[in-house]
Design a binder for this molecule. Structure first.
Ligand code: MN
Length: 529
């Protein structure tokens, strides 16, 4: 266990003047939203990208939620070396103790305790009086304080809490040792002017306000999350809680890239800075999309495909004469490469390795060999190999998804207005080869059924997505599958110029993950089930 006193940088109440702390909750609030769940290796990968991006605090999860969440937090805490790692906990001893255990190896640890303070939540959710809420909050902060470097307290549904009572709760937890006070707009209800007024009130009425950092946590139910976060900053908040691509509960959280670029582009207005390396915003956004299989909308601010596209003739004319006519920031400021390097069949291993590094992939030699083989095969089928293709191949060679099963042959046929059939031939690392056929509602369904039969793994499919990687008729198809098995979620990713093959690869990736997890491997089904 690290001790707070041992760290000379331990001045939690006083951030550098003129700086806003970026608290990233992509792996907690974002990851708990439907469609965005990630497994432990994906979480670690994203956490490392967020550290490189320069977030100040990374909320890695809710330790008491499940053993998987606990393990993911612990792995992240044991890996990051310049970012504070935070774990969420209800105001309950069990939650706080498991957060502390998950954070034991953190370079710098923060426990984030929360309790609802609004009358609606107090009465209908908690059944607690005002005084009971204050007592529970203080007891939690006091317990957490002895177990980590710093404690953040959140008043859930703060914006619908009586302002005087909120100030009373905050004053009490400051006395108990909390150094960051988060006032979330949990339901995404506020307007910017109201948020600003509330933060000004809190700063004026919380005892010890000058010794702590106020934090905003805004949701986008009315499309105001970024605007509300900036209003809170103008009213003195010096931490914002946000997520990459704005993912999160319901309509999502405030988007990290929007807040950061607003502070940067309008630097003269805000006079505030962050530690974010803005050239990593786009690559990080893209990594999250790849890991979750969820694209951002084309017109998404900062990171959408159209964010820097100028289509209208008048705009293009202006841009050619002078970029500033229609552009308030440059694509390269957020890490969108201006000239996209295209690789082809004559590109060598060194060029591939170099390009992968630019894209944030650092494969070991064996994985690079596998990626290079896939790259060469693709370059033969498709003249130009783009960054998106390389990302897809690199993710498809994720060593955690490699396993005993390989796809040897695949045939499908579809009949207009009828069912589809598929046959697969799979090879197992132990030398067995198995063939199975199945019919289904469509080719994808038929392939999945055939793979289930051959491997004996029942996959309950929860999500299925196929999308084109890059543009053009020869674009690769990328398949993302999410399946339930044994009460857990499993993700698989496959890529091929044939979308049915991509789906088969994704399904096999899941079967391989499950097999590796449940070693010794399940025996294949002896008969059709
Ligand atoms: Mn939230």
């Amino acid at each position: 266990m690290n001790h707070p006193e041992s760290d000379p940088a331990s001045t939690p109440g006083a951030p550098a003047a003129g700086r806003v702390r970026i608290f990233d909750t992509t792996l907690r609030d974002g990851e708990q939203a439907p469609g965005f769940s990630m497994d432990a290796p994906a979480k670690l990968r994203l956490a490392q990208a967020l550290e490189a991006l320069g977030v100040d605090v990374l909320e890695a999860g809710f330790a008491a939620a499940s053993p998987d969440d606990f393990a993911a937090i612990a792995r992240i805490a044991g890996t990051l070396r310049s970012t504070t790692v935070c774990a969420l906990a209800r105001c309950q001893h069990g939650d706080i103790d498991s957060a502390a255990r998950a954070l034991e190896r953190a370079w710098r640890s923060r426990i984030h305790v929360f309790i609802s303070t609004s009358p609606l939540h107090r009465e209908h959710k908690l059944g607690l009086s005002r005084q009971q809420v204050v007592d529970a909050a203080c007891a939690a902060v006091e317990r957490a304080r002895g177990l980590c470097h710093e404690v953040e307290f959140s008043a859930e549904d703060a914006m619908r809490t009586e302002p005087e009572f909120l100030a009373e709760v905050f004053s009490a937890v400051v006395a108990a040792g909390a150094t960051t006070l988060n006032a979330p707009d949990t339901v995404g209800y506020m307007t910017p002017a109201e948020i600003a007024q509330r933060f000004a009130f809190l700063r004026a009425h919380v005892r010890g306000a000058e010794t702590v950092v106020f934090s905003a946590h805004c949701h986008d139910d009315l499309g105001l999350a970024a605007a509300n976060s900036l209003a809170a900053i103008e009213a003195g908040a010096r931490q914002v809680e946000c997520t990459i691509n704005g993912i999160g509960e319901r309509a999502g959280n405030a988007a990290l890239e929007e807040i950061v670029m607003a502070l940067k582009v309008r630097g003269a207005h805000f006079g505030l800075d962050t530690r974010i390396d803005t050239r990593k915003l786009y690559p990080t956004s893209r990594l999250l999309s790849q890991l979750t299989g969820q694209n951002v909308q084309r017109n998404k601010a900062i990171v959408g495909d159209n964010a820097f596209a100028h289509e209208s003739g008048i705009h293009q004319h202006g841009m050619l004469k002078h970029r500033d006519t229609y552009e308030i920031m440059r694509p390269q400021d957020v890490g969108i490469a201006e000239t996209r390097l295209v690789l082809g069949k004559h590109s060598g291993r060194a060029a591939l390795r170099q390009r992968l590094a630019v894209l944030g992939h650092a494969p070991d030699e064996a994985t690079l060999d596998a990626i290079f083989a896939r790259f060469k095969a693709l370059a033969d089928r498709k003249r130009e190999v783009h960054d998106e293709d390389l990302d897809a191949i690199a993710l498809g060679q994720d060593p955690d998804a490699q396993g005993p099963w390989r796809l040897m042959q695949l045939n499908t046929s579809t009949h207009l207005g009828g069912s589809a059939s598929a046959s697969v031939r799979l090879a197992h690392a132990d030398g067995r080869q198995l063939s199975e056929a199945a019919i289904g509602d469509g080719p994808v369904d038929a392939v999945l059924r055939a793979i289930e039969r051959a491997t004996g793994s029942a996959l309950e499919l929860a999500q299925f997505q196929v999308r084109a990687v890059g543009a053009g008729g020869d674009a690769q198809g990328q398949a993302h599958l999410l399946a339930h098995h044994d009460g857990r979620e499993w993700r698989g990713h496959g890529v091929s110029t044939d979308i049915v093959e991509a789906t088969a690869q994704a399904a096999l990736a899941i079967v391989n993950r499950i097999t590796r997890h449940h070693a010794p491997a399940q025996a294949p089904a002896a008969a059709n089930q």
